[in-house]
Design a protein around this ligand. Structure first.
Ligand code: SAH
Length: 241
């Protein structure tokens, strides 16, 4: 049975400890053992343990974080799951591509995180904006999946793909981490500010769209380094003249 290293499932703002246990059980059944909990309402709890069954070991080594950044900072690929389409269209991951994309990324020794939201509200736009891709599992209209069912489906897709003979596409350089992408975006904003680029009527639009562009490009560490170098030169010119 394959155990997935460097793959984390992140549950954000989970309300019901029973659901955390059910997610641990679902993950364990597919060989995914790394669980991160962001701001869980109640954890640890007897109810989680009762629902986890053989997944108790997943609960025992679960990590607790105060916010999503803390959980995904070192990840190279972050996929946010959502039951609904959101106002700002984001690069979508098709469920049929999910297993392949993730297994290839893991084969390159990258770290992957899949993020799941609160039972009632899902992930908010801020947290969705931190993800490289969004994944919506197709369901019938007017129905929603229980959190642990969504976890089970995603875990199964990843596990299923790992069983097949992969023709793994190896990139030469590791993908940039979530934090490196965030720092690049901060740097771009500084330079745009110096350039007086912003439309002050609508200041939020440009950074949000650029963030989306950066996520979509799947930049590697070398490419980020080049862009940061260009930005540093620009910044020097703009401040010294
Ligand atoms: N009313 C909430 C539903 C939350 S369900 C909403 O509209 O977002 C709890 C979590 O389960 C979601 O945040 C998501 O992580 C996952 N989930 C439920 N249904 C899903 C679906 N069809 N596709 C992807 N993730 C889903």
């Amino acid at each position: 049975m394959k155990i997935f290293q460097n793959l984390n499932f992140v549950l954000v703002d989970t309300s019901h400890p029973g659901n955390i246990g059910a997610c641990a059980r679902a993950m364990n059944s597919m060989g995914i053992l790394n669980l991160s909990l962001v701001n869980p309402k109640e954890f640890p709890s007897k109810e989680s343990e009762a629902r986890a069954k053989s997944g108790k070991k997943v609960l025992d080594k679960a990590k607790i974080h105060e916010n999503l950044n803390e959980a995904i900072n070192t990840s190279n690929l972050v996929i946010g799951t959502s039951a609904r389409s959101r106002s700002m269209p984001w690069p979508m991951m098709e469920i049929n591509d999910l297993g392949k994309v993730i297994n290839e990324s893991l084969a390159r020794k990258e770290e992957v995180s899949i993020v799941f939201g609160n039972e009632a509200f899902g992930l908010d736009n801020e947290d969705l904006g931190k993800c490289d891709f969004h994944l919506q599992i197709p369901t019938t209209k007017d129905s929603s999946l229980n959190l642990s069912h969504a976890v089970q489906i995603v875990a199964h897709e990843i596990h299923k793909e790992s069983l097949s003979d992969l023709s793994i596409q190896v990139r030469e350089v590791e993908l940039a981490t979530s934090m490196q992408k965030e720092k690049l975006m901060e740097h771009i904003e500084i330079v745009l500010e110096l350039l007086d680029f912003y439309d002050h009527q609508n200041p939020k639009q440009v950074p949000a769209r650029l963030t989306r562009l950066i996520k979509r490009m799947q930049l590697d560490k070398l490419e980020i380094g080049i862009l940061r170098g260009i930005l540093t030169k620009l910044e020097d010119r703009l401040t010294n003249n």
